[in-house]
Design a binder for this molecule. Structure first.
Ligand SMILES: [Zn+2]
Length: 324
């Protein structure tokens, strides 16, 4: 028998999956992402999770033929490591992944991707027509994309292609992004950005009435969506989000000519009617080329994990013709 593995390293959880050659899952495992003190501790947590998934599958880790990893970045791709991850403690400066995992599974076939690239590989693999041109966009605490163009997974020389959340949507640059630059898409429309955006909109027009706890310490994006249809400012914010999201997605469509744009991430998954439906309507009116299908992933929270596994099964591509 031949076996394949996928690993999802997130800022909160590490997950691993082991499958047979046809993709049938035979073992899974999950644990909280170690908070350090060093990157090696995170590597150890990843290896332990993968060992457990193999144990649950009833196989030895050396029986794995290939492994895919979808991970938080940024990366040193040549070294197969995560460097200075933003959402983990500062003491973690380097998390070696490719080498240690290759050693554990005793195979050189290990594919490292950022989480959105793993997302597009999974979406492509599971999509009905297995399209060659596809974009996966996550709207969660940040915004990012994974791109497959002409059948090739686009990574850029340093692995940083697809950072579409840092495209400028507001040339006035009224909000500052978490990255320190101004006017970026995710400063307005990500889970982290939405509360600040709602406050800005309230300042712009003080006549808009609202019961949103704008200045409370616990004010989050979730509040805005929970007040939808009942609160003038919540509705205005959702309307403005639709506009900036449609600008961002239209730029992506004009850049890559995808046939499908698939969304994941908590903000998209939990608010399909308030976030994704308006994007679909507006993009159809804003795009001057072919309008892609716009959908929400069927894989839910498993999209990165399933994408990592799909990468292992298809030599890093999501192309079903390459199934072993
Ligand atoms: Zn930015």
């Amino acid at each position: 028998m031949v076996y394949y593995a996928g690993v999802d390293l997130g800022a909160t959880n590490v997950r691993a999956i082991v499958a047979e050659a046809d993709g049938t899952t035979i073992g899974v495992s999950r644990r909280a992402t170690p908070r350090g003190p060093t990157g090696i501790d995170v590597t150890e947590g990843v290896l332990q999770t993968l060992r457990e998934a193999c144990g649950n599958a009833g196989i030895a880790s050396e029986e794995i033929t290939a492994a895919g990893i979808g991970s938080i970045g940024p990366f040193d791709l040549a070294e197969g490591a995560v460097i200075d991850p933003a959402n983990l403690p500062d003491s973690i400066d380097r998390i070696p992944l490719t080498g240690p995992i290759a050693q554990l599974v005793d195979s050189d076939e290990v594919y490292l991707h950022n989480d959105t690239t793993a997302g597009v590989i999974g979406e492509r693999f599971h999509a009905e027509r297995n399209p060659d041109d596809m974009v996966y966009i996550t709207i969660s605490s940040g915004i990012g994309a994974g791109v497959c163009s002409d059948g090739e997974i686009v990574s850029g020389w340093d692995g940083n292609a697809g950072e579409v959340g840092h495209c400028v949507v507001d040339p006035q640059g009224r909000l500052t992004c978490g990255c320190g630059r101004e006017g970026h898409w995710e400063a307005y429309c990500s889970g982290n950005g939405i509360p600040t955006f709602a406050r800005l909109l309230a300042e712009d027009d003080p006549t808009i009435e609202t019961d949103l706890p704008l200045n409370g310490p616990e004010f989050t994006a979730k509040d805005v969506f929970e007040f939808a249809g009942e609160d003038e400012l919540a509705d205005h914010t959702i309307e403005q989000l639709a506009h900036w999201n449609a600008v961002g997605v239209t730029n992506v469509v004009h850049s890559f000519a995808p046939i499908v744009v698939s969304f994941g991430g908590a903000v998209a998954l939990h608010n399909e009617h308030t976030v994704i439906d308006p994007i679909r309507e507006r993009v159809a009116e804003m795009v001057m080329t072919n309008v892609p299908e716009i959908r929400v992933t069927d894989l839910g929270d498993d999209v990165v994990l399933e994408g990592a596994l799909a990468s292992a099964l298809t030599q890093g591509t999501g192309d079903r013709d390459r199934l072993g």
